[in-house]
Design a protein around this ligand. Structure first.
Ligand SMILES: [Fe+2]
Ligand SMILES: [Fe+2]
Length: 304
């Protein structure tokens, strides 16, 4: 009986790996891609995981005892999810400090504002609401996984530095654990016909739309702030380049992120069915035990 249970749990498990990367930020540059607007946009987005991911960890710990018996297998995946997110937010905090030190102190204020909002949600909203928000956030990461591995050539093709490694590692693991929050929401709130329809589609969609609107509010403010600071100190030629890059980035973003994101709005959306981005797991091997970009491994500097 016990063996059958273990076999069943292994079959259902998402088979995730916890990795401990090491990044050499000694070559940190605020503009680390071919396109200044792309670097600004990702740098702005970087203020999101550092408060959101510790919040997700607390949320899953709170939700774990509420999992129905038949979803007990999800607990082992949730522990791996927690371990992965713990690494993500720690590495992003290091990166975010470098951005603040590069002349953008207000980024820390925006990050603190997001953390305060999340704390308020935990105190005033239901677990169901918070899990729908969490699933909305997580479903964005899976889309970003395919952006980084299949569509980012014009933004970072031929480049290798710590910022690119950080984003590719993080978004690859987001892709890897894309199902965890979705499965939690489904297990606790989508049992039975009507719950499957109302919570499984409409409520989940509400969480996604709110999370997008809420988080985009913070990253847009961060981009606006960065551009204001930069416009003060850039040469006319650099300003012209930033304008051109912004135009190219907006086009790229619509094609590589916004269009694929629409699939998350469909009633039959299932993160498990998202096709695996090419080269994603090969890239992750660098961060696994003994890998050249793993903590304790034979560290190889970016660009070496
Ligand atoms: Fe993460
Ligand atoms: Fe995540």
């Amino acid at each position: 009986m016990m063996i059958a249970k273990v076999v069943l749990e292994e079959a259902l498990s998402m088979g995730m790996i916890v990795r401990y990367p090491k990044f050499d930020f000694s070559d940190f540059k605020f503009y680390w891609s071919h396109n200044m607007a792309f670097s600004q946009d990702r740098n702005a987005t970087a203020i999101i995981p550092s408060p959101v991911e510790p919040w997700l960890i607390k949320l899953l710990r709170e939700a774990m005892p509420k999992l129905p018996q038949k979803y007990a297998w999800l607990k082992a995946d949730a522990e791996k999810f927690i371990a992965q997110e713990s690494q993500h937010f720690r590495q992003h905090r290091t990166f975010n400090k470098l951005m603040v030190d590069a002349g953008f102190p207000k980024l820390a204020e925006l990050e603190a504002g997001l953390a305060a909002d999340l704390e308020r949600f935990r105190k005033t909203k239901s677990l169901k609401w918070c899990l729908a928000y969490a699933d909305g956030f997580e479903s964005l990461g899976a889309v970003a996984g395919s952006l980084w591995f299949e569509k980012s050539e014009e933004m970072v093709g031929g480049l290798d530095n710590a910022a690119i490694r950080l984003w590719k590692w993080h978004m690859a693991e987001e892709f890897e654990h894309r199902e965890v929050c979705y499965q939690f929401f489904k297990a606790i709130y989508c049992q039975g016909f009507w719950n499957r329809i109302f919570n499984g589609y409409f409520y989940r969609l509400g969480g996604l739309i709110f999370a997008m609107w809420h988080l985009r509010g913070f990253s847009s403010k961060a981009v606006k702030y960065m551009r204001e600071v930069e416009m003060e100190r850039m040469s006319p030629a650099e300003k012209e380049q930033l304008r051109k890059d912004t135009k190219a980035f907006n086009k790229f973003n619509r094609r590589a992120f916004v269009a694929p994101l629409l699939a998350n709005f469909l009633p039959w959306y299932d993160p498990a069915k998202k096709p695996e981005p090419k080269g994603l797991y090969e890239y992750l091997r660098h961060f696994e035990k003994g890998g050249d970009w793993a903590a304790g491994g034979s560290q190889q500097a970016a660009g070496a």
